[in-house]
Ligand binder design. Structure first.
Ligand SMILES: *[C@@H]1O[C@H](CO)[C@@H](O)[C@H](O)[C@H]1NC(C)=O
Ligand SMILES: *[C@@H]1O[C@H](CO)[C@@H](O)[C@H](O)[C@H]1NC(C)=O
Length: 437
């Protein structure tokens, strides 16, 4: 993600839209985005939790509960073919119900972590995507994903069949939506990515997103009654911009032109879980600018993900905010895993870090633009992480300081020895209707 602030300011300039389908209440299109931005920023502040440890502790307790009576590492690399096995508390909430397809919205009650209030389209009707095309950026055909995500009501979006969707331009979502790929093999690939900008309450579940490239920009529908002028999109898989209550779960992502997932411009209340990432350089960016202090409200949970083959760096790279990285499996990186600048708080718990052979890349952590004298005060904590192949995590900050992070307040995570089990089904899962998933 480059030049976020610049891109945003451009949005307010040069807009001249007089399409016949345009029925915006406000005659000047940039007023629409101004309003959307203001509303979102208010919602983002409300979504911020002044007691982040309540959230991290609650997640850890749920994991302890879910794996009670099990034995941790069972290094079975074979593809699992047994009965439905939900290995972490999010999955346990919905997966093994043979009627999952009749109870799809149950998923909305399963999120943990900072995105825990996300309900997506739970309170709306279903929208079935039947048409994989994406040809009309101003007036998308009913039945297409672009038509679905731009309706101004809550919607739970599902897919009639497996499909490959090449987005002609970035897919600009609106609030209160779930994209639920379960029961189909849905691939968003070969075109632009998904944009979550100045909205709230979005679930993205069970789809593949890969080989995303930059979109040229132009006039693109961004709400049911509005078409806006967009500059070129960056080529992120999922770009979260000034938004809150976002949950990304069981998504498989690889090889996008920019980041796989970026969360910037004051975004908060986000959970990224159960996902599988491969073949990518700059994986996740949380906060794009050292000078953008509104990112202080950023609170993100990264849990039960598998960072797999072909990854290089930024898993994630953080600025300003509070990031709980818990029970993830880091099996590959080339440069480093977790990095940051501008004093983010990073709580790393119960992960497994397997360092690459390169002796110069054994360190999990990386601090940018700061001398030890400065970063020694950033709170970066590692607890219960399993370190393999010489991996090491350089902690910083007085390990009990500020944010009420006293030792007694901390509930320890399930240790990294359980990670293979907890992340066993990361990425999209092949759910068959009528059978436990
Ligand atoms: C855990 O492993 C031990 C040793 O292999 C075994 O005796 C025990 O029954 C196992 N417990 C569970 C709950 O699987
Ligand atoms: C989203 O849904 C909530 C609750 O159903 C509603 O209060 C809110 O206005 C909706 N937001 C938007 C932007 O549609």
């Amino acid at each position: 993600m480059a030049m976020a602030a610049v891109k945003w300011s451009v949005l307010f300039l040069s807009v001249a839209v007089v399409a016949p389908v345009l029925r915006a209440a406000d005659p000047v299109p940039d007023e629409y985005w101004q309003k959307r931005a203001e509303e979102a920023q208010k919602a983002n502040l409300e979504a911020y939790n002044p007691n982040p440890l309540d959230v991290t502790n609650s997640l850890n307790l749920h994991v302890h509960d879910a794996v009670k009576g099990t034995n941790g590492t069972r290094r079975n690399l074979a593809k699992y073919t047994g009965p439905c096995l939900a290995t972490n508390p999010i999955d346990r909430c919905w997966r093994c119900d043979p009627n999952w397809a009749k109870n799809r919205k149950k998923l909305a009650d399963c999120v943990l972590g900072f995105g825990r209030k996300t309900r997506g389209g739970k309170f709306g009707r279903f929208y079935v995507v039947t048409d994989p095309t994406d040809n009309d950026m101003a007036n998308p055909k009913p039945g297409t994903l672009r038509h679905a995500v731009t309706r101004n009501v809550p919607l739970w979006i599902i897919f009639a069949r497996s499909m490959i969707i090449r987005l002609n331009q970035e897919l600009i979502m609106t609030s209160n939506k779930t994209i639920d790929g379960r029961g189909a093999n849905v691939r968003i690939t070969g075109g632009a990515g998904i944009t979550v900008q100045f909205i709230r309450n979005v679930i993205i579940h069970g789809i593949h997103i890969h080989d995303i490239v930059a979109g040229t920009g132009g006039l693109i529908i961004d709400a049911v009654d509005h078409i806006g002028f967009r500059t070129r999109s960056d080529g992120d898989g999922i770009s979260i911009f000034g938004s809150s209550n976002v949950w990304i779960d069981h998504v498989s992502m690889s090889n996008c032109q920019d980041g796989l997932i970026d969360a910037i411009m004051g975004s908060t209340a986000i959970t990224i879980s159960n996902s599988h990432f491969t073949n990518h350089n700059e994986v996740m960016l949380f906060g794009a600018s050292d000078s953008y202090s509104p990112d202080q409200i950023m609170q993100i949970t990264v849990a039960f993900n598998h960072y797999g083959r072909g990854l290089v760096q930024r898993m994630p790279r953080c600025r300003w905010g509070f990031v709980h990285v818990v029970n993830n499996d880091y099996t590959h990186w080339l440069m480093y895993a977790i990095g940051g600048s501008q004093h983010p708080t990073i709580i790393s718990q119960g992960n497994r870090f397997i360092a690459p052979p390169n002796v110069a890349a054994k360190e999990v952590t990386k601090r940018d633009y700061a001398t030890p004298d400065v970063w020694k005060n950033w709170l970066w904590k590692s607890e219960g992480d399993v370190m393999m192949n010489g991996a090491f995590f350089t902690e910083s900050g007085f390990q009990g300081q500020n944010l009420h992070l006293s030792k007694q307040d901390f509930i320890t995570a399930k240790p990294g020895t359980y990670v293979r089990r907890l992340t066993r089904f990361a990425g999209t899962i092949n759910c068959k209707i009528g059978k436990p998933c």
